[in-house]
Ligand binder design. Structure first.
Ligand code: NDP
Length: 287
């Protein structure tokens, strides 16, 4: 059968273009969308991620500034930085590099971000907003990226059944709520779900977010299905990047599937950029 490959690049491109158009409109009114990246220490992985975020932010007309603190910074010092950024009229979004060094109370810092600037969707207020549909804060970017992917490729959710595998607060739970909002019928599965493959096989759409490299082979899927693989794992055999789904074995046996790499990851970053522009737009509307 011919399978549709749900590639992330065109979805991300469309999101960047939309963000850049909105940003241009804001800039014409004197509002320059800005995100502050809060980094404690000089972890090379954080710095490389920071560079890639800055490059991607510019695609959507967003300026990124780094609020860098010393590796030895205390919780109080990071909190002070967050409070300053919360109050700043020129900063619209705040993003933390996590985990922070162990002397810092990450939970206290997470809760300190103002929901209006929580573009990464990490505060309980933002998560509450996803669950109540109140629009407070922003949805976690990966969860929203799943919706953007389905939307871009015209995969209707109304009345469809979706099996979500994985119930984490960053992906499984919020994506289930966003799918419900689109009138899908959602089954949220986890490590204690009995007969998982019976559940996944019955669904129209399967979203896997477990962090288990290539754990799901063809026996979990059916030919009519769309498969969204959120997993970003290292294949223990080859050392290469892979998803939760055994792509080589499954990709010819379902109707549509996201590759890993090349699928959801790029969309997640573009969603983050869109959130900053949206935060700037809301701030401008509030005046
Ligand atoms: P977590 O470890 O927080 O959660 C994993 C979830 O998978 C848990 O709910 C767990 O169930 C469930 N699970 C584990 N084993 C099984 C099993 N055998 N059967 C069914 N469910 C199982 O992971 P995250 O949600 O943070 O990340 C998931 C994946 O997504 C990772 O590969 C991560 O790298 C990737 N990721 C991708 C992003 C992207 O942009 N594409 C961004 C962020 C993460 P239980 O609750 O019962 O333990």
């Amino acid at each position: 059968m011919s399978t549709i490959l749900l590639e992330g690049a065109p979805v991300a491109q469309a999101l960047y273009e939309k963000a850049a158009r909105t940003s241009a409109g804001l800039q014409a009114q004197g509002v320059n969308p800005v995100v502050a990246l809060v980094r404690v220490g000089e972890n090379p992985a954080d710095i490389s991620y920071e560079n890639s975020i800055k490059k991607n932010m510019s695609k959507g007309g967003v300026s990124a500034v780094t609020a860098g603190l010393a590796q030895s910074a205390s919780t109080e010092q990071v909190l002070e930085t967050i409070h300053t950024l919360n109050e700043s009229p020129i900063v619209h979004g705040i993003m933390l590099f996590r985990p922070m060094p162990e002397q810092i109370d990450g939970e206290t810092i997470r809760h300190a971000i103002h929901p209006a600037k929580d573009v990464d969707g990490i505060t309980d207020m933002s998560l509450g907003g996803v669950f109540t549909g109140s629009g407070i804060g922003f949805a976690p970017c990966t969860a929203q990226a799943v919706i953007e992917m389905l939307d871009y490729y015209g995969i209707d959710l109304q009345g469809r059944s979706v099996a979500v595998v994985g119930r984490s607060l960053v992906i499984g739970r919020p994506v289930s709520m966003l799918l419900l909002e689109k009138n899908a019928t959602v089954t949220l599965c986890h490590s204690r779900t009995p007969k998982l493959m019976d559940v996944t096989k019955r669904a129209d759409i399967v979203v896997t977010a477990t962090g288990r490299a290539k754990a799901y082979g063809p026996e979990y899927f059916a030919p009519h299905q769309t498969v969204i693989d959120v997993g970003i794992n290292t294949d223990p055999g080859s050392g290469k990047l892979c998803g939760d789904v055994d792509f080589a074995a499954v990709s010819t046996k379902v109707s549509a599937i996201t590759p890993v790499p090349g699928g959801l990851g790029a969309v997640t970053t573009a969603v983050l950029v869109s959130h900053v522009v949206e935060a700037a737009k809301k701030a401008a509307e509030r005046g």
